[in-house]
Ligand binder design. Structure first.
Ligand code: GNR
Ligand code: NI
Length: 174
């Protein structure tokens, strides 16, 4: 297992539309392991493969709290269906836009169809925080980052703020 480098805005790779996984082989399983290790180390509660530079439709998520047991979830070729009309607003952050937090509205509930590591089709209904994070991660697979939901003015400011927060921060050696 290895921690991989997380790419950040304005890296154009973040605009890539990721490709479906066709065969779940050892390379894919290693990538998923590395994505979990990278997400936990960051720390973050979700990660899309494109954030480590791999344009494949894979997500990992763990929304358990620090005082709870880990609950690693991963999704291969996820698809969101049946979003509710009711929206929910969460303050979102992104490992690819460090230093920026903004309220984003998204459907309150949705269903995710996906493949498990055996390639079998699975489906879960999500709500609350999980629904928000899954939709945030799905956006990454389609080349969208959360600040793309803001007005152009707010988005440009957010990206500038993120770049500035990184260059003015003392670098640690993690
Ligand atoms: O770690 C993360 N926290 C978070 C908080 C609110 C809404 C979405 C997220 S996802 C983010 C990790 C990340 O960038 N995933 O793509
Ligand atoms: Ni993100």
């Amino acid at each position: 297992m290895a921690i991989r480098e997380i790419i950040t805005v304005p890296n154009p790779l973040l605009k890539t539309i990721s490709e479906p996984v066709t065969i779940i082989d050892d390379e894919i399983l290693l990538l998923i392991d590395d994505m979990f290790e990278t997400m936990y180390a960051a720390p973050g509660i979700g990660l899309a493969a494109i954030q480590v530079g791999v344009p494949k439709r894979i997500l990992v998520i763990d929304i358990s709290r620090d005082d709870e047991a880990r609950n690693p979830l991963f999704f291969i070729n996820p698809e969101i269906i049946d979003p509710t009309d009711t929206l929910n607003s969460y303050e979102e952050g992104c490992l690819s836009v460090p230093g920026v937090w903004e309220e984003i509205e998204r459907p309150d509930e949705c269903t995710v169809n996906y493949l498990d590591k055996n390639g079998d089709e699975q489906s879960i209904r999500c709500q609350g925080m999980l629904a928000t994070v899954i939709q945030h991660e799905m956006d990454h697979l389609n080349g969208v980052v959360f600040v793309d939901h803001l007005s152009k003015l707010k988005r440009d400011r957010a990206i500038k703020k993120s770049i500035k927060s990184r260059t003015s921060e003392p670098k640690d050696d993690k």
